[in-house]
Each structure stands twice: as C-alpha cells, then as structure tokens.
Design a protein around this ligand. Structure first.
Ligand SMILES: *Cc1c(COP(=O)(O)O)cnc(C)c1O
Length: 947
C-alpha cells in the first residue's frame, strides 16, 4: 500500500501529510497499550467500586427490565448497534420500520399527532420544546412559564438554553400564574404530568387559559403513566416530551436514553430532530425514509430550528421493541401493577404515621416523614435502598416494574424506623422499628391514586405490529427479520466521510451492559459511584493527553451539544473579561451545519468565511473579516483537518489571526481521527474542541445515536464548564447544565476508556497513520478514473477525500446519488453524499478496514466507472440504465417482466465475488418528494404491507 502511495514508511507518510507547523510537541503519555484481557480485568475492578442499591429516586429515571431477547439481540448485537444513520433508506428499512414503530408508540401514549425518532434527553427536549414555542411566534414573544413542580434538572437545562436567545423563563406555581397578564409576550408554558412531587394535576382549564392568551402548552410526561392516565394530547397539550428509558433501557448512571417528543400536526414542520416517514419506492412499494430533512441544520444552518444531529436511535429502537414485545395489554398490566404497589406503599407509610403529600399519584409519592429525614435515608442505605432526598423532613419514592413484594416490605421497614426519642422511649439498644403493615392486608383494600377525571379511556398500541410478537420466538424472528434488511459494519465497510465508522471492538462493548454500570441511577450519592468517578478521571486524563487540553467536560451528549457547550463557555469567558459586546462567530462555508446552528443558539451572529479554489480556508478572507469585526469578534469555528479532507498548512496562522483580533478558536473535533498521536488541537491553537466519542473514540453509531461529545478546554475556560443542579460538576462560574444527567450518557464512556487503554501511545499514533494510509491508498487507486476534488500541494489527502462526481453530469447524466445507490447492489453503503460539496461523494475508510476490504470497495467503484463509461459511449441509454435504476432488490430481479437495457445478471452480480457473499437491498430507490408531499410518520395501515 505504501508503495502505491509512493512512500517507504508510515512515519514518512504522516510527516508528509501533516504540515510541519503542527507536528506534535508533547508526546502523549498514555503508556503502552494494554491487552484486551487486562483491560477487562481493570474495568472489572473499577466497576466493582460502584455500589448497586435499589433506586427509588425517580426524577425521570426508573429501573427497568430489559427483556433478554432485546438485550442480547438489539443492545448487544453489532448488526443493530454498528448501523449508520439511515440516510440510505434502501439498505435501512429494518431500523426505519423500528423507528416508525417508536414514533407510533409515542403518538399513542401522548395522544398527539406526530412524534420524532428521539432526542438526546428529557432536559434538552424541554429546551427544544421551548424553542419551538419561540419560533412558532417568529421570536416575537419572549416569556416562557415553567411550573415549579418540574424536575430541577429539566428547569436548569431549560434556563441554560433560554440565555442564548434572551428568553425570560418564569418559574412558579401554575395555579398563581395568570396568563392574561402576559397576553402579548407569553410564548408558552411547561407543565409536568405527573409532576415532580408525583401529583396528577388536571391542567385542562389552565391549558385553556394559556391558549386563550395565545401561548402553547408543553408537557413533560411519563410513558408508563400514560397507559393509565389521560394523555396530554387529550387535554389540550400542543407538545409533549419525556424520557423513554423506563421502556426497557438500563439507568446507566444517566444515559444513553431516548427522549421522546410529540406535537400537534400544525407544528410538524418546526419539530426538531429526525423524523421517519412513509413513502414509496420506484415500483410503488411502501418504503420508509427520513422525512422533512429541509428543516434540519445541514440545510437551514443558522436558521435551523435546532442543532440536533446525532440522537438516540438505538435506545429508541429498544423502547419500541419493548412495546412490540409487551403489547398494549402487557404495558397496561405493568403500569397497573406499579400503580397498585404505589397505592399499597401510600397506605402503608400513612399507617406508620408519615404523611403522603400528594393525594393523587401514579408511581411517585412525596412523603413528609415524622422523623428527621436523615434517619430514613440512613436506614434506607443500610437496607440497600436509595430514596429521593428532598429536604430535612421530606423524601420521595418512585416505584417501577422491578419492584417485588419483598422490595415493598423492605421499603416499609425503612419507613418503620423511628427516631432516637422513640428508641429511648422503648428502651431498646437497637433503633426502634415499628411493626410493618402486612402487604397482603394493604393489597386487599387498595384505592387508586388516579383521579376519575384523569383516567385514560382511549386505546393505544392498536396497530398490528404491537399485537403480533409476544412470544420470545416470534419476537426474536421479528428482530432478525428487520436486521436482515439493514447494512451494518457486520456486513461491509461504511466509508462515511466525516462520520468515522470504525471498529467498535467487542471488548469495548462488553462492559456497557454490566449491572455495575447499567443499574446506577444518575442521582445516587456520589460515594456509591466511585467506579464511575475513577473511570471518568482516567478518561479525562487520556483525552487531555490526546488533545493537549487542560480540562474536560463529559456532560455534552453529542458533538453538536459539545459545540453548543464550548461556545457557551467562550461567551461566559468573554463576559468575565468585560468583552460582552463580542458576538460575531466566523464559520467557513465548508462547515458542518451544526456549527452555525450551535452558534445561533448561543446568541452569536454567524459570518461566513470563504474557501479557496483548492478547498483551503481563505486566509485573506478570514483576516479581512477578523479585522473588520475586531471589536465584536467572539470566536471562529474551524474543522481540522477541514471537511474537504485536507490538512491546511495555514491553520496555525488562522488561529493566530483570530486571537490577535480578540476572538477564541473553537475546533470542531469530528476529524480527530486524522490527528490523534500526530498532533494536538490545543497545540495547534484551539481554545476549545469537542470530541465525538462516537466517531474517533469507538462508541458505535447505533443507527443514529447514542453518542457523546465531551469538550476539552484550555485553563482560562475551565471554570466555565457546565455545572449540574443535582450533582455538582463545576464551580460557581460554571454555565448551567447542557444535559439532564451530570455526565451525559455515562454508561457508554467505558467504550472510549477501553479504546484508549488498549491503544496506548503507539497504538493511537499508528491508528491515525493507518487511517491516513488507507485513505491515500484508495485515493491513488481511484484517482485515474475519478476526479479527486481536493488534495494538498503534495497530492495527499488527510483521512478522507472527496470524489467530484459532478463531472459525469454532462456526459452521462449520472449523479452522486446514482453511484451511491448502485453501490448498494455491490453490497456497500455509500460514502457521504453531498456533504460538504453538493453532488459529490466523500470517502473515509478508517484504520479498521483491511486491504482486502479497501480493494473490494475500490474494485466496485472502478466497475461502476465502466458502467458510467458505457453510458458516455452511448452503449447504454442515459435514462433507465443500471445506475439510474439502482438499487435492485430481489423482487424486481425475479419479476416475470424484464424490459431493461441491461441483464438481470449485470444488475445483481456485476462482480464475481458477489456470488459468494452479497447483501441485498430490500426496496428500489425511495421517492423522497412523494414522502414529503404526503407526510405519514406512523405505521402505515396493514393493507399497505399486503399490497
Ligand atoms: C458529526 C459531525 C458533527 C456533529 O456531531 P453529532 O455528534 O452528530 O452531533 C459536527 N461537525 C462535523 C464535521 C461532523 O462530522
């Protein structure tokens, strides 16, 4: 491979490919790479430092049972977790169907018209809901009211979000809030249902008054509760959201979990996040696809409704499968049982002399205890139980589907614990314990905590898919039937530029489902999470070493969230040095759409910087604009190596220009796979950078999430890293939280931890060198037949490169999409299409692919070039040829009628190797326009499948 590239060693390659000015100054100090076995042993020890107590803390997180058939065959199954985001629907119909099940389920439970395919967490979903209200009134109304009985982390994330837009958040008692007083400025309200005390409040008349005064009503809710209580959509809510975690997803110390989000039909075009819709393929067959993408940041940029890109697809699939497996009656039974246990607990604690504050409830009780709450908490921890700590005399309990009769008894025993006065009164040497009420007696006279007016009468999960697969045999086959339709890394390389689809090693994945990581509630006392603390510290150290930064925040749940967090720390820093007038953010045209969207969310004004003909950042334009705005320049966002796949040798100079004009440098770290071990963002001149752990650091993409986007910062920004209202993560200067959980999706951090441990210093560097080699090898193999858009002056690319497929338009009418779809027939996922340049393909092989796989892909591309040539030479027509008609599913190839200008053989087996191993697309090319014109985002009627 080196010979083809024309070099003698990997070191010679990296020395040539990287400009000299950025070569690493301080070597990384990660030590030697550890063998897999030792890494798992070390992690076993770390995990053992976490203490698993039974958690009744609630606050949006409840213990759940992951049905083993879902645990093993989705969560632990690489055919599901290594999928890419379903931008190529012809090879993603399985997960698209599962996500549409998810959307249908959310619509059913919330009683609303349309739901998206997940958001990052409940806190950020609240922020998105508020911003939807804001944009619904064209940003002309700026008051948002929040009922004080909303989870504290939700309120805090919401307030962080509000700051960037100058939205005023009023937190108070909804009963005292008079919407009429804010008639012209109220955009909306947020209510929680059941609220944070556990109460079920009838908000119908309040909702009416908000609507009468022009505001929208957004509701944080609970899916399991909605099986029994009247859903928000039925009493007038415009938007409902929440956490779907309790549908079979582990607590994981805070994540990853899928937040759900549903709206009334009239708001669908403003809805954030990915939306799966129903469309048709070229033969009129029902097919799923991503809908309404024109709303998203990659099109709308700074005008986008949201910066969300990576969400929580894998976890949404798990929650959907939980509903498919249990079905409507199963879920109703689970909900009823949880509610009955709660009713029994309420009666029991009252018998013990405590007072239940909330008369109405589903699964949560707020209890005024008749002793010092500290005594109850001490007794509970001793019994292996965590309760919610509210104040000196109040505790909270939230029950869930894992609670058994014995658990209930243990809970009542905790509440039977008297105080020291009792102890002396009764003269025992042991703490006094009152007699515990009998569970059977409590159970025999249960009274419901759900007010009659709020009982749900409507049906849900009526679609056939939720009523068909209730045995494990059927469920397993359904999961596999969907899986077979989807191409994942288990099938072939996914050469996605910018997205770094690399190996997600089994050793890295194993710890994710260990209970010591999975069964920990995010708000346990930190002394119970010592293992997480050790792992976080070691990961932070390794990331600092790899990037050169001084501090890391592990809170942001995605790259885009990292961008937002990093820019917010910059804004706070500028404010702290009396530079609050700085509000301009320079962003190159080549930037990913999340960059301008994130900048806009921080209240920054985006100014676009040009790129040169050869793809490099236009330094003259950068200097001109930096100087023009030198009094107002806040930051520049730079992706490095650039999204054009080139190491620009002017990067150090670019950072200097920004600094000289008073700005800070934000580096988009999506391309760190080209840097690790060879250079460091902080040494190049960046002040802050996000790290997509689901790209360079091996967290799998999960079909569109989860991910993690921690940020690294230099010392002057460190004290502004995000804090958290429940578990402090920063000091008094820290910005508010950007995620609902203090360490984001903590339970997937062991993946990146294990990767860095196994690589060590030499491994990390070599991985990057091999990534560069693989990309340059492919570039050389394809360069004769395809036009390469950008290289550096020596003809090298970084870890990815762009094929300019626009050149075929004139001669053959072939476009990037035709090549992408034809690649499906060859068993490959297409490269990144039309980013960062429209109608081109961006290829990134990563270090994980063998020469054999790279050759297989290059051979396919060269064969496709011959197919294009046949059109250019007039041997094939410009329409209806094998490229335009691609991909070719089996039902098309086996149809009795065949009137195409190429043979079935040429369509299905253009290369001999395909006869040995072939991945089949399951639908013909999907019609995007039809899908957006006829928007359907829930499971289609069953006749559609039959037709
Ligand atoms: C992936 C990517 C992002 C966004 O990251 P998410 O984790 O999807 O939010 C930002 N910039 C670039 C260049 C990317 O490739």
């Amino acid at each position: 491979m080196l010979k083809l590239v024309g070099l003698s060693s990997l070191d010679a390659l990296s020395a040539k490919a990287l400009p000299e000015s950025i070569h690493i100054q301080h070597k990384t100090r990660l030590g030697p790479g550890m063998p897999e076995k030792e890494v798992l042993e070390r992690l076993r020890y770390i995990a053992s430092q976490n203490k698993i107590l039974k958690s009744y803390i609630g606050m949006g997180y409840a213990s759940a049972i992951t049905p083993p058939v879902i645990l093993r065959n989705i969560m632990e199954n690489p055919a599901w977790y290594t999928q890419y985001t379903p931008y190529q629907p012809e090879i993603a119909q399985g997960r698209l169907e599962s996500l549409i099940n998810y959307q249908t389920m959310i619509q059913d439970f919330t009683g609303l018209d349309i739901a998206n395919a997940s958001l990052l967490d409940e806190g950020t979903a609240a922020g998105e809901a508020m911003l939807m209200c804001y944009s619904a009134f064209n940003r002309k109304r700026n008051i948002f009211f929040v009922d004080e009985r909303t989870f504290p982390q939700t309120i805090a994330v919401l307030k962080t979000r509000a700051e960037g837009f100058g939205i005023e958040v009023i937190v108070g008692d909804y009963e005292k809030f008079n919407a009429a007083e804010y008639k012209d400025s109220l955009m909306g309200v947020l209510l929680q249902y059941p609220n944070s005390e556990g109460s079920l409040v009838d908000y119908a008349s309040f909702t009416k008054s908000v609507h009468e005064n022009g505001g929208l009503v957004t509701v944080a809710t609970d899916l399991l509760a909605c099986a029994l209580v009247k859903p928000p959509g039925e009493w007038g809510a415009d938007i409902a959201f929440g956490n779907s975690q309790r549908f079979g997803v582990p607590l994981g110390y805070g994540g990853p979990h899928a937040a759900f989000f549903a709206v009334k039909d009239e708001h669908k075009r403003r809805m954030p996040g990915r939306l799966i819709g129903v469309s048709k393929d070229a033969n009129g067959k029902t097919a799923y696809r991503l809908a309404l993408q024109t709303r998203e940041q990659h099109i709308r940029r700074e005008k986008a409704t949201s910066n969300i890109c990576t969400a929580q697809a894998l976890l949404a699939n798990m929650a959907a499968m939980y509903a498919v497996y249990h079905g409507p009656q199963g879920i109703k039974d689970i909900a009823q049982r949880v509610h009955n246990l709660t009713s029994a607990l309420a009666a029991g604690v009252e018998q013990l002399g405590h007072k239940v504050v909330n008369k109405d409830f589903f699964d949560t009780l707020t209890i005024k205890v008749n002793v010092d709450a500290a005594i109850i908490h001490a007794a509970s921890v001793e019994a292996g139980i965590n309760l919610r700590r509210i104040d000196n005399s109040t505790v909270g309990v939230t029950l869930d589907e894992t609670v058994s009769k014995d658990d209930l008894e243990a809970l009542l025993k905790v509440f039977a614990r008297g105080n020291f006065a009792d102890q002396y009164k009764f003269g025992t040497t042991q703490p006094y314990t009152a007699p515990v009420p009998s569970i059977d007696a409590l159970a025999s006279s249960l009274s419901s905590g759900i007010p009659a007016a709020l009982i749900r009468s409507s049906a849900f999960l009526t679609h056939k898919v939720f009523n068909s697969y209730h045995s494990e045999t059927e469920m397993l086959r359904y999961i596999f039937a969907l899986q077979h339709k989807d191409l994942s890394l288990a099938d072939a390389m996914i050469p996605l530029g910018s997205c770094t689809m690399k190996l997600n090693a089994t050793t890295e994945m194993i710890p994710v489902t260990w209970p010591e990581f999975g069964a920990i509630h995010p708000f346990v006392p930190i002394e119970q999470a010592k293992g997480y603390e050790i792992m976080h510290k070691e990961l932070e150290y390794a990331l600092q070493e790899a990037t050169g930064f001084d501090s890391i925040s592990l809170q942001p749940n995605s790259g885009a969230q990292g961008e937002y967090t990093g820019l917010r720390t910059i804004v706070s820093y500028l404010n702290s040095i009396g530079q609050s007038q700085r509000n301009i953010c320079l962003i190159p045209v080549s930037a990913h759409g999340t960059n301008p969207a994130s900048a806009a969310m921080c209240g920054l004004q985006v100014v676009v910087v040009k790129c040169e003909e050869n793809g490099n950042l236009d330094l003259v334009d950068l200097r001109k604009k930096a100087e023009q705005y030198k009094d107002k320049l806040a930051a520049a966002m730079i992706t490095y190596p650039s999204t054009y796949g080139v190491f620009e040798d002017t990067i150090v100079e670019a950072c200097k220009i920004i600094h000289e004009n008073g700005g800070q440098v934000y580096m988009d770290g999506a391309n760190l796979n080209a840097q690790m071990g060879l250079c460091k963002p902080a040494e190049i001149g960046a002040d802050v950078c996000h790290l997509n752990l689901h790209k360079t650091f091996c967290i799998p993409h999960g079909g569109g999430g989860p991910g993690m986007g921690p940020i690294g910062v230099k010392t002057h920004l460190a004290k502004f890293l995000p804090n958290h209202p429940v578990v402090p993560t920063s000091g008094p200067d820290g910005i508010g939280p950007v995620s609902a959980a203090p360490w984001g999706s903590a339970s997937i951090l062991p993946i990146s931890w294990a990767y860095l441990k196994m690589m060590g210093d030499d491994g990390l560097r070599k991985a990057t060198q091999v990534a560069l080699l693989n990309a340059n090898y492919m570039l050389k193999r394809l360069a004769g037949e395809y036009k390469i858009l950008f290289t550096d002056a020596n003809g090298f690319c970084a870890h990815e490169f762009i094929l300019d497929t626009r050149v075929f338009g004139a001669s053959s009418k072939v476009e990037a999409i035709d090549i992408a779809k034809r690649l499906h027939d060859y068993g490959f996922h297409s490269p990144t299409m039309s980013f960062p340049v429209p109608n081109t393909l961006m290829i990134e092989p990563t270090e994980s692919e063998s020469k054999a796989e790279l050759d297989r892909f290059c051979d396919a591309m060269l064969k496709i070039r011959e197919e294009i040539r046949a059109i250019e030479e007039g041997k094939q027509p410009k329409e209806g040829n094998v490229l335009k008609m691609a991909p070719h599913p089996i039902d098309v190839l086996t149809s009795d009628k065949w009137d195409r200008p190429y043979s079935r053989q040429d369509a299905a087996y253009p290369m001999a190797v395909l006869r040995k191993r072939k991945f089949w697309p399951t639908v013909s090319r999907v019609d995007d326009t039809y899908g957006d014109r006829n928007l359907i985002c829930s499971c289609p009627p069953i006749e559609d499948y039959e037709n």
